[in-house]
Ligand binder design. Structure first.
Ligand SMILES: [Zn+2]
Length: 379
């Protein structure tokens, strides 16, 4: 199997799919599936499409997820980033770990599994490394309706083949405008100093910090600008607040809490200041947090498969970064990430462990067989 995986990975890596130019990779995959499976090209924007593939039948669907895009090539590669170079167990190449390795195991598992009791779907999304345009397009489409479990083969940062990502924080950027009245320079008074108000407000944001194991909620100012006209006192401040939000909190609740802090501090200034807080505008929504219950049926099945293949226990854990999985999870889908091991994601000389990739393939296959059996028993 290792030869087949390596051959496919080499092919996937050889096609440049640096965001936003995923199209050539879509064309290759399209050819791979066209004659035997139902495929759909889901247009996301001009020359950018997700590719959706499906096989089998059943009311419920298991979905194998990967993203098509990689980040750009940066200075420092010792080999040609688009030509997979294998040295012992390590295969070097752009996107080898993030996430063409996982993509290759998804494809081979899809080809080699014959589920009787469920539908097997597979998606390849654009724009994950940017603002998840592909992920949102997919989530808002009919294709997701019958999906009961999403398996993502994003790189495993911790615990090797045993780690299962079951949650991630959300991230939202808010913008805020605070206004007072411009006053003549000579009439300066600390009780109407908008910068004193804002400094106190920022200190009070500490009330939103939370740490629970490796779950971290925080908020910080990423931009701040205070304006003054001529020889007056400053009267307007614009700022952007960047937040990491842990479940079960959502971005609208944090927005409310930020507002409440401002209201409270303002009382000390006799409610002199006015403020507005909004989400920073961008083309897609910011990603919300999620966390899968430890008793989740699919997590239990996947844990059994991991145990069987690796001969040691699965380690479900909460990861601190944000990804397309947030979209599926926060829309209520079970989403489990299990990936290969490797190194230097988003950096020169990115590599993937071929043996861990083979293990991942075996885990996926075992998982799909077990899920099929569980539906058999459930009938
Ligand atoms: Zn990725």
């Amino acid at each position: 199997m290792e030869d087949q995986i390596q051959k496919l990975l080499k092919q996937l890596v050889s096609i440049n799919s640096i965001y936003p130019n995923e199209n050539n990779l879509v064309l290759l995959l399209e050819k791979m599936f066209k004659s035997d499976y139902k495929i759909t090209k889901q247009k996301v924007e001009n020359k950018r499409s997700n590719l959706l593939v499906e096989k089998g039948r059943g009311k419920q669907t298991i979905l194998l997820y990967s993203h098509l895009d990689t980040v750009d090539i940066i200075e420092g590669w010792k080999t040609d980033p688009l030509d997979l170079k294998v040295i012992e167990d390590r295969a070097y190449g752009l996107g080898s770990w993030d996430m063409k390795g996982g993509m290759s195991t998804n494809i081979l598992s899809f080809f080699n599994s014959q589920p009787k009791n469920f539908k097997l779907k597979m998606v390849f999304c654009v724009d994950e490394e940017n603002i998840s345009k592909g992920g949102f397009k997919l989530m808002n489409s009919k294709f997701m309706k019958d999906v009961v479990c999403v398996i993502s083969t994003e790189p495993s940062f911790f615990y090797g083949n045993n780690g299962v990502v079951i949650g991630r924080p959300g991230r939202t950027v808010y913008q805020m405008e605070i206004t007072g009245r411009p006053n003549h320079y000579a009439l300066y008074d600390h009780r109407i100093d908008i910068n004193l108000f804002i400094s106190e407000f920022i200190k009070n944001l500490r009330g939103l910090y939370k740490k629970n194991g490796n779950k971290k909620q925080f908020i910080f100012i990423r931009k701040i600008n205070s304006k003054t006209i001529g020889m007056s006192t400053p009267h307007i401040i614009n700022l952007e607040l960047d937040s990491s939000i842990i479940p079960p909190k959502r971005s609208d609740q944090i927005k409310k809490e930020i507002e409440n802090i401002a209201i409270k501090v303002n009382t000390k200034y006799s409610n002199y200041f006015k403020f507005k807080i909004n989400y920073l505008k961008r083309e897609t929504p910011f990603l919300e947090s999620y966390e899968i219950n430890k008793n989740n049926k699919y997590l239990k099945i996947l844990s059994k498969s991991i145990n069987k293949i690796t001969k040691s226990k699965a380690i479900p854990y909460f990861r601190s970064s944000i990804a397309d999985e947030n979209i599926f999870g926060s829309f209520g889908k079970t989403v489990l990430s299990i990936g290969p091991t490797g190194g230097s994601a988003h950096a020169p000389n990115e590599w993937i462990s071929l043996s861990s990739l083979e293990k991942l393939y075996n885990i996926l296959n075992d998982f799909l067989i077990r899920v099929d059996k569980s539906y058999d028993l459930g009938r």
